[in-house]
Ligand binder design. Structure first.
Ligand code: NAP
Length: 446
């Protein structure tokens, strides 16, 4: 079990909550200041008086290094542990860093300043320390827990985090499933925060979800691919708004026996655009294709980013159906449809910022039967062209767009980003997207 490392200013509840939660779980509680005092055989006040602050900070760094070699600890750190990056690097090697965010007024109401060497001059010093260090705590933390109501509620949030460490079993379900890349994509992220995560591929056929529910509920979470993305919905205790609107779930988080459904395709796609510096908020995108992937991304664009959307499909009826459904569910959605023909695309592309191929044309094993790719020339300079296909890495469509000088992106960044969003839900943490992306990308070269 990875350590839980509590950070925050003095009086934020690290020792109180840490010892209370350790008492309720199999974790051992360590108060880092007491650990340092025991090793040095003197109090921290004595260290400050006799040798100065640097002496204490050096002992603190030694303690961070030593404790990072142990497992299963809840560590209440001193308020200044974050001042040295090497302390945080050491503690992160085997620990999840949790910032206990307690309002300053609550802290001031019960910290006795005269007992703390840095606070002998009174509460103004604590105010200053709080202001100076607040952003450092936030930046260092894998997770922030608000400690602004009852002790029980903050302790509950910590216990949830510990539960994630205790059940490290995940899976992707679908049929077929043998060729799924999901384990290669999720495991590098999960391994960054869990000691021994397991990520299986489970073949579950259409219509057989019900008989596997016990197995699924015993996991910490699972991803879904065809044919279950819609069929899982009746079994969920709750569902995110975006997943409910688009009627598709690709990630389920299990909380006790309850299953909570999410869709991460939209967040993944737009996070991939963010990483590539492609601006889309308030812009104009045209999707080629009106299938499952286009549907998820268009919902996300309309709900979250105020994007004008064109849907170009060989079956205009299918495109119209999708448009009408979204307009009915998302008031104000700005969508139009057009036939997937060179002339129409040329006309509308002249006004667009981003063009997205959401058809399988050009995917390995699927012929590309574009009537012509001349419509790409109509896009304004500086536009971006995306293909959701990731194998091959560059389709004929994307190659042409690159040769015409547009920014291009294939489907791999979306695939990885949607998994990182899912892992962030599994782990209940904000993840460093860029760092996680690089870890996964090394593992999934096509
Ligand atoms: P889908 O539900 O089957 O939809 C495919 C869409 O493409 C439909 O609108 C279909 O039109 C259209 N289409 C198929 N063949 C066509 C052709 N030859 N000419 C014109 N239109 C054609 O598939 P999907 O799940 O949306 O997936 C679409 C693509 O996105 C696939 O290549 C898939 O691998 C990729 N994808 C990538 C990611 C990622 O993470 N990168 C995620 C999901 C999907 P009809 O309705 O007329 O059949």
């Amino acid at each position: 079990m990875r350590n839980i490392v509590l950070i925050g200013p003095m009086g934020c509840g690290k020792s109180t909550l840490g010892s209370c939660v350790a008492g309720l779980t199999s974790y051992e509680f360590i108060d880092m200041d007491i650990f340092i005092e025991d090793k040095a055989a003197m109090t921290i006040s004595q260290m400050f008086e006799r040798y100065g602050e640097k002496y204490f900070r050096d002992r603190e760094s030694e303690a961070a290094e030593e404790l990072s070699g142990r497992r299963g600890l809840i560590i209440a750190t001193g308020g200044g542990v974050v001042l040295r990056q090497k302390n945080m690097r050491a503690l992160s090697k085997t620990g999840i860093i949790v910032f206990l965010d307690r309002p300053l007024d609550n802290i001031l109401s019960d910290v006795t300043t005269q007992d703390r060497p840095l606070l002998k001059d009174g509460p103004d010093r604590l105010r200053q320390i709080f202001k100076d260090r607040y952003d450092i705590y936030t930046d260092c933390a894998n997770k922030t827990i608000k400690n602004d109501s009852t002790k029980e509620s903050a302790a509950g949030a910590l216990i949830e985090l510990i539960d994630i460490q205790l059940n490290q079993n995940y899976a992707v379900i679908g049929d077929p499933i043998e060729h799924s890349k999901s384990p290669d994509i999720h495991l590098p992220v999960l391994r960054s925060y869990l000691d021994n995560p397991v990520y299986d591929k489970l073949r579950i056929r259409r219509g057989e979800l019900e008989e596997h529910l016990d197995t699924l509920r015993a996991l910490r979470g699972f991803n879904l691919t065809m044919p279950h993305k819609h069929d899982i919905i009746p079994y969920l205790a709750s569902i995110s708004r975006e997943a409910e609107l688009c009627g598709s779930v690709n990630t389920v988080v299990c909380n006790g026996g309850d299953m909570v459904g999410h869709t991460t395709d939209g967040a993944g796609f737009f996070s991939a655009l963010d990483s590539a510096g492609i601006e889309y908020r308030g812009g104009h995108m045209i999707f080629l294709g009106a299938g499952g992937a286009a549907r998820a991304l268009i919902y996300s664009a309309c709900i979250n980013y105020d994007v004008k959307i064109g849907i170009a499909a060989r079956s205009l009826m299918r495109a119209d159906r999708l448009m009408n459904e979204i307009k009915a569910k998302v008031p104000g959605a700005n969508i139009y449809t057009l036939p997937l023909s060179t002339d129409c695309l040329s006309q509308y592309a002249a006004e667009a910022d981003i063009l997205v191929n959401a058809t399988p044309q050009g995917m390995d094993g699927v012929d590309s039967d574009w009537e012509s790719l001349e419509f790409l020339k109509a896009l304004p300079r500086g536009s971006a062209v995306c293909d959701l296909i990731y194998a091959p890495a560059e389709t004929e469509f994307l190659k042409k767009a690159r040769e015409l000088g547009y920014k291009t992106q294939n489907g791999m960044p979306m695939l990885i980003h949607q998994a990182i969003v899912a892992d962030s839900l599994y782990l209940d943490m904000d993840l460093n997207t860029q760092e996680m992306y690089e870890k996964v990308a090394c593992n999934t070269k096509t």
